[in-house]
Design a protein around this ligand. Structure first.
Ligand SMILES: [Zn+2]
Length: 245
């Protein structure tokens, strides 16, 4: 179990500012990064929502992803968009960890128990540019709350992919095919395991689906996809372009 990390605190905490990074309001005691009002303005994902139901059904029909866990809808102009952007381009690691903790709490609340948490890997060039992978932060926070170990090295990116923003769902699927690989030395730990695959934002789900496919090929029994943000399906809210890896 030496390669597994159960808690990951990034260096971003050193550059702490005392204002909300979405609305710039001064933060009260106990608030970190995002003020209470901005947290409250996020739209939570409910299991009865049309978007949640349709995404869950699509995943189950594909047979790769067995369950979905998402915290908030990813909406234009709301804090989560600022956040996803900030998570990618600024040192706001503590926020990623906090989102991960909330994701962990949601997992416990819904009775989701797993053997392993696997973050979606960035390609190495991007990770070097940014200094960290935002999905690692989410996975670390989730792990701290649930006690489920996370393994940032179980899956690696073996192929660069083009930015997916302008692609259709089908093109995304082709673009991402065989972009990942399960590290051979991790296969033993995956056999029969329930694995939570964590991404910051799920849009069409092509990335998590491809990783789920790899993990199941490697012997994983069950996959839950988890994310801080979930894109609303068309017709349910403003379409939001996000830059993917
Ligand atoms: Zn705020």
């Amino acid at each position: 179990m030496g390669f597994l990390r159960t808690l990951f605190e990034p260096v971003g905490d050193l550059f702490f500012t005392a204002e909300c990074f979405h609305c710039q309001a001064p933060l009260a005691d106990g608030e970190q990064r995002l003020c209470a009002a901005c947290w409250a303005a996020l739209t939570p994902v409910r299991e009865t929502d049309r978007t949640f139901r349709i995404m869950t059904e699509r995943f189950r029909a594909d047979g790769e992803i067995d369950g979905l866990l998402s915290l908030f809808y990813f909406e234009k102009g709301k804090a989560l968009q600022t956040l996803a952007h900030a998570l990618k381009y600024q040192e706001v690691g503590s926020f990623g960890t906090e989102l991960g903790r909330r994701l962990g709490a949601a997992a416990l609340e819904r009775g989701v128990t797993a053997d392993l948490i696997v973050p979606v890997p960035l390609n190495r060039r991007k990770e070097r540019e940014r200094g960290y992978n935002q999905s690692d932060l989410l996975a670390g926070g989730m792990s701290a709350v649930t006690g489920v170990p996370f393994d940032p090295r179980a899956v690696r990116r073996v192929r660069y992919t083009v930015t997916q923003t302008a692609l259709t769902a089908e093109q995304r699927r082709e673009n991402i095919a065989d972009a990942f690989e399960v590290r051979p030395r991790r296969r033993g730990a995956l056999r029969g395991a329930h694995v939570i695959v964590v991404d910051d934002v799920i849009t069409t789900g092509s990335t998590v689906r491809e990783i789920a496919r790899m993990l199941k090929q490697a012997g994983a029994a069950r996959i839950t996809a988890a994310s801080a943000g979930l894109a609303m399906l068309e017709g349910e809210g403003p379409a939001v372009d996000i830059e993917e890896r």
